[in-house]
Design a binder for this molecule. Structure first.
Ligand code: C5P
Length: 243
C-alpha cells in the first residue's frame, strides 16, 4: 500500500489523508470491539462487508437529499470522503427496545416503543460515551441549537427511509447510531452525515426468525457475524449469489 499520512485511528476504522485537500480516505478494519473496547477481536471480512453496506446506504441517503461526507468507494476496504469536523455527539434512534434502553428503563427486549426515540451521547471513550441532553450539548458548546435541529431532522428522515428499506428485505431496524460533521465549503458551513452506517452501528433483526443480523452477534458471543453481515449485504442486492 502506498505510504499515506494517517490522520486518525479509531476502533474499527482508520482515516488517511486524501488525494485532494478537503478529502480523506476512510479504511474499514476487521477489528470488532464492544463495551468501549473492553472486548476485542478481529473478524476476517467484516471491514469489507461494512464498507460495501455503508457505501450502499450513504448512496441511497444522498440520492434522497441527505447531505453526507461520502464521495465514492475506492476499493474493498476504502472510501473517499470529504473531511469534516466531527460533532462529538452520537445520535441514537430507537424503534424497538433493546440494548441499553431495555436495561436502563426495565423494558423487555423487542417491545415496540410508543414512538421512535432519539437520544444523544457525548463521544468520550474515557467516560464510556455518557447519555446527554440538548441542555448539556448547548451548555458545553458541543453543538449549537441549529445544529441539533439539523441532526434531529436528518435522523428522523434517515430512520424513516432505512426502516422502510430494511422492512422491504425482511429486516426490522431496531435502532442505530449515527454521527454528523461540519462541512466547510465556500465560506459556509453545513451539517452532514458522517462516519458509517453498517451492521456494526445498527440492530437488525430478521422479521420472521428474529435472528440478529448485527454486532450483537459479537457482543453476545453468538458467532456467525460474517455470515449475518453477508446476509444483510446479499438482501440489499450488493453481493452476487455466490459471493
Ligand atoms: O448500546 P445501545 O443500546 O445504546 O446501542 C444503541 C445502538 O447504537 C445500537 O444499534 C448500537 O449498535 C449502536 N451504537 C454504536 N456505537 C456506540 C454505541 C451504540 O454503534 N458507541
Amino acid at each position: 500500500m502506498k505510504q499515506r499520512r494517517r490522520i486518525y485511528e479509531g476502533k474499527a476504522k482508520i482515516l488517511y489523508e486524501g488525494p485532494e485537500p478537503g478529502t480523506l480516505i476512510q479504511f474499514f478494519k476487521d477489528d470488532a470491539t464492544a463495551f468501549n473496547a473492553k472486548k476485542h477481536d478481529v473478524i476476517e471480512g467484516k471491514g469489507v462487508l461494512n464498507n460495501r453496506i455503508s457505501e450502499h446506504i450513504f448512496t441511497r441517503l444522498g440520492a434522497l437529499g441527505i447531505p453526507t461526507h461520502f464521495i465514492k468507494r475506492l476499493n474493498m476496504r476504502e472510501q473517499l470522503i470529504r473531511e469534516v469536523e466531527i460533532i462529538p455527539i452520537e445520535v441514537v434512534v430507537r424503534n424497538v427496545a433493546a440494548g441499553s434502553i431495555a436495561k436502563r428503563l426495565g423494558l423487555e427486549e423487542g417491545t415496540v416503543l410508543p414512538r421512535s426515540i432519539i437520544e444523544f451521547y457525548y463521544k468520550n471513550d474515557e467516560l464510556d460515551d455518557p447519555m446527554v441532553s440538548e441542555e448539556h450539548i448547548t451548555a458545553f458548546g458541543w453543538a449549537n441549537p441549529q445544529e441539533i435541529d439539523d441532526m434531529m431532522a436528518m435522523s428522523i428522515r434517515i430512520n424513516d427511509f432505512l426502516s422502510g428499506m430494511f422492512i422491504g428485505i425482511g429486516i426490522q431496524l431496531v435502532d442505530f447510531k449515527i454521527e454528523f460533521g461540519r462541512l466547510f465549503e465556500n465560506d459556509t458551513m453545513r451539517v452532514v452525515l458522517a462516519d458509517e452506517i453498517s451492521p456494526d452501528s445498527c440492530r437488525l433483526w430478521d422479521v420472521n426468525s428474529q435472528e440478529k443480523l448485527d454486532k450483537d452477534r459479537f457482543r453476545r458471543d453468538l458467532g456467525g457475524l460474517v455470515e449475518a453481515y453477508t446476509e444483510v449485504a446479499r438482501r440489499l442486492g450488493i453481493l452476487n449469489e455466490n459471493d
